[in-house]
Design a protein around this ligand. Structure first.
Ligand SMILES: [Zn+2]
Length: 214
């Protein structure tokens, strides 16, 4: 795929993020890895509906922007650090969804309570230590909270979801938000029970090696 084809995937993802109410206005940001050295990311502070292919910014793994037409999202360091630490990640979505953000405001982790959470995201979702938006400190805290899971919460802020491509990252974002909502509902009617570490490993092995037509 060339630059414009990657950029058009980012535009589609922006529309999807707005349609699903995962953020408000110009908040949130989306990126896709182009190769080992570069990624494309949404620009800072532009409404998603107005974005054109040329507005998507190319950046490298050293913190430079390559085409200077627009300023990149203020969270470009966060996206860059995730790509540097996770070679398996091909797309990053930062959202402000309501129920996941409720956990982020309470600075609570989301435990491993459902099969889909464990299979799609990992053994729970950790809330990163608080840091100001747009800082290297926030990026480092999120990379640490993310580990090898596919989502992390940003204290008093929102969520970050990753996947091998944008479609997978969206699936993570949807399972994360559904899980956060379901736990809040389960807490009203009883006490959510956490799936044990051993059971989590078995579920992950099943989905990786045996699920479907394998
Ligand atoms: Zn944000």
């Amino acid at each position: 795929m060339n630059r414009d084809e990657f950029a058009s995937l980012v535009l589609d993802a922006c529309k999807r993020m707005e349609d699903r109410d995962m953020t408000v206005g110009t908040w949130g940001n989306i990126s896709v890895r182009v190769d080992d050295e570069t990624f494309l990311i949404t620009p800072s502070g532009m409404s998603y509906g107005s974005l054109k292919i040329d507005d998507i910014v190319m950046a490298d793994m050293k913190g430079n922007t390559i085409d200077n037409k627009r300023k990149p999202s203020i969270e470009h360091a966060l996206h860059r650090m995730i790509y540097s630490h996770r070679p398996d990640v091909g797309a990053v979505i930062h959202t402000h969804p309501q129920y996941s953000t409720a956990f982020a405001i309470a600075r609570k982790d989301i435990p491993a309570v459902s099969e889909e959470l464990v299979q799609i995201i990992g053994e729970g979702v950790k809330c990163a230590e608080y840091a100001l938006p747009g800082t290297e400190e926030l990026a480092a805290n999120v990379v640490s909270a993310l580990g090898y899971n596919n989502a992390a919460l940003l204290a008093n802020h929102g969520a970050v979801c990753v996947g091998s491509n944008l479609s997978d990252a969206f699936k993570v974002a949807e399972v994360l938000e559904k899980s956060a909502k379901t736990i809040i509902m389960a807490t009203i009617i009883g006490t959510p029970k956490v799936i044990s570490h051993d059971e989590c490993l078995k579920m992950q092995d099943f989905v990786k090696n045996h699920y479907g037509q394998k």
